[in-house]
Design a protein around this ligand. Sequence first.
Ligand SMILES: Cc1cc2nc3c(=O)[nH]c(=O)nc-3n(C[C@H](O)[C@H](O)[C@H](O)COP(=O)(O)OP(=O)(O)OC[C@H]3O[C@@H](n4cnc5c(N)ncnc54)[C@H](O)[C@@H]3O)c2cc1C
Length: 388
Amino acid sequence: MAERRVFDAIVVGGGSVGVPAAYDLALRGLKVLVLERRPAVGQGDNKAAIGGIRATHSDPAKIVLCSRSLARMSTWKETHGTDVGWKPGGYVFPVYDEALERTLIGLFPIQRRFDLEIDWVDARTMAELVPGINPEGLRGGTYSPNDGQLSPLKVPVAFQRAAQALGATFRFNERVAAYDVEGDRIRGVRTDRGRYEAPVVVIATGADAAGDGALLGIDIPVVPDSHEAGITAPMAPFLNPLVVDLRPGPEGKTANFYFGQNDEGQIIFCYTPRELFVGHDRECLSEFLPILAARMISLLPRMRHALVRRVWRGLYPMTPDGVPIVDNVPEIAGLTLAVGMCGQGFMLGPGVGEEVAALVVDGRSSLPDEAHEKIRWGRNYAGVEALK
Ligand SMILES: Cc1cc2nc3c(=O)[nH]c(=O)nc-3n(C[C@H](O)[C@H](O)[C@H](O)COP(=O)(O)OP(=O)(O)OC[C@H]3O[C@@H](n4cnc5c(N)ncnc54)[C@H](O)[C@@H]3O)c2cc1C
């Protein structure tokens, strides 16, 4: 006979967002079930992330959610006792041309309105922050000292353990294949191994979310595109901040690239292709490393000695406007979406977890109206976030 069990809330997807959401729901006293089709937490696109966590965005919702993530994760070890690979050091955006200088400085008013610490630093300070950076034409750049880095391998496990300590149940290798809806209310989900009942279902299925929308008869406009990343062998620590070089590459293939040195000394890096690869493909391309290496060595010549250990490719679950969807679905009572995290789901996750708990338990957003409006389901998706 098919297994039948009853919970207060079911979270579908144990990734960057689903695991913190499960923790926050359990923290609010709910009996939570997480269903994950892979064999462990964080094995979807979570583990593709390079681990950057910044509140330096241009969208109010992302600023507030990531500020909450930072507040929570920078103190996680003290509050929970588990290591999450936190490395402070901030983010820098080095600038070599006047137009970009104007654009980035133009974002300061909105960033500062939400209490972000961010400033322009001159070329000499930038060269101190990024030792060995190519000084030719360097004008300076932005520096946000409170941003940092975390381990995408350690964070979901830390949240899983904390959620389990509060009574949450995790079931792996179990894919949600159908949603039970009666009238205008969600009743639970079905997998190949059983049926689970709950008055609340949170969809946190990342790049697969559009398929859940199809099962539910609602439009979830998430279309993934793929990005590659890589990591070097450890080297002596020299780089504190994460570095984002927003210039398009001279090879015509890269829109920008970014990297940092993690708490184990490895340089972890990624670029944004100029022409996006839309779809679910996760095969690595032979062109990635040569292109990335040329960009890296041109910006930071000392990196010519780096030994690359491995590369990988994962997905950004994109929305049309580059901003997530975190909202209750009014048409189906009990259904909450936490999807479309784009290129920032890892840093958004801990903040989104708190917001999901507010939406579910309090029935309303915990964000300022202006921010909640940006991440509503069914909003007008026109416009694109400047730092998406
Ligand atoms: C190269 C690269 C670098 C990146 N760097 C960063 C970074 O530095 N900082 C940052 O914040 N973000 C970064 N990202 C983006 C980040 O990885 C994603 O935005 C984030 O992981 C998305 O989180 P998610 O929880 O929505 O999806 P996921 O973490 O993929 O979680 C979704 C989970 O749902 C499960 N699932 C799906 N369907 C079902 C189903 N039907 N039943 C059960 N389970 C299901 C999946 O198996 C998966 O585990 C990067 C991404 C890439 C590709």
